[in-house]
Design a binder for this molecule. Structure first.
Ligand code: AMP
Length: 279
């Protein structure tokens, strides 16, 4: 496996390949990231992972400064997974001057849910992902369903801007408890980690309510918010949406199984966790 830090090194390394399969990450890798790399591997003739903590997608009060940076351990995991090339640029390499040109995703998709609670988040994500796409020039890129809205925003960007890149979404990898794996789980204390599974459990409760024919979405959402609040969480949203556009379902959507997704984001102590389940 080759570890590259500059665009020039990466380009030289990739020149002899036809179709790169690309997995962008912010590092501090866990089994969920590694599963995406393994999924990517047969999709191209070279597998590339990037590791870059992207300042543009953090708000000033968020955890940019403390986000775990574990390059050596990440590389060991990537090598074991059969990754061929790692691109881990410095900030000076990726943003040699302030990034004045930015990708502004459409508000109906990017200013709701995560984008509502983290203004500018998807502009930061789209800008760095487009830049990484231009640098790596992959034939295919793999994103996690764990960040459901993010993979949708990226898919729309690729479609609207006519990028010749296939976008593949990999399933969310979970701990045995049901907790979605996340780099931010490392912030949790032992007792918080035991409690953290309640986010996916509560989402699961929303799924069961829908499957049992409950059509009062406001009641489902309020019940889920209340469940988490009563356990000491600070939920941002627990909501039922249509899969294809993340808008609130209409009555007609509720009679078609396989069209919905429940999504949630909530703070446990100082750690903000997100998760979702397709219904
Ligand atoms: P991040 O390093 O958090 O930016 O995530 C990099 C990629 O890994 C994104 O496409 C995420 O959606 C994906 N990812 C994060 N957690 C998981 C998980 N538990 N299962 C599958 N993919 C994940």
């Amino acid at each position: 496996m080759r570890l590259t830090h500059t665009i020039a090194e990466l380009r030289a390394e990739l020149a002899r390949y036809e179709r790169a399969a690309f997995v962008p990450t912010m590092g501090n890798l866990h089994a969920g990231h590694i599963a995406l790399v393994k999924q990517a591997k047969p999709l191209g003739d070279v597998t590339v992972a990037s590791i870059f903590v992207n300042r543009l997608q953090f708000l000033p009060h968020e955890d940019f400064g403390t986000y775990p940076r574990t390059l050596q351990a990440d590389c060991a995991q990537l090598e074991a997974a059969g990754c061929d090339v790692v691109f881990a640029p410095s900030e000076a390499e990726l943003y040699p001057e302030p990034q004045g040109y930015k990708v502004q995703p459409p508000p109906e998709l990017a200013d709701i849910l995560e984008g509502h609670f983290r203004p500018g988040f998807f502009t930061g994500v789209c800008t760095v992902v487009l830049k990484l796409f231009n640098i790596v020039q992959p034939g295919v890129a793999v994103f996690g369903a764990k960040d459901y809205q993010q993979q949708m925003v990226i898919r729309r960007m690729v479609a609207q801007l006519g990028l010749p890149i296939e976008i593949v979404t990999g399933p969310t990898l979970r701990a045995e408890s049901g907790l979605a794996l996340s780099s931010r789980n490392g912030y949790l204390s032992a007792s918080e980690r035991a409690e953290a599974v309640q986010l996916s459990r509560t989402l699961q409760g929303m799924v069961v309510a829908l499957q049992n024919g409950e059509h009062n979405l406001a009641a489902i959402e309020q019940h889920a918010m209340h469940t988490l609040k009563s356990r000491g969480w600070l939920p941002d949203y627990m909501t039922v949406r249509r899969r294809h556009d993340l808008q609130p379902p209409q009555a007609a959507d509720l009679v078609h199984p396989g069209t919905l997704v429940v999504l949630g984001a909530a703070k446990l102590g100082t750690t903000r966790l997100i998760d979702n389940l397709e219904v």
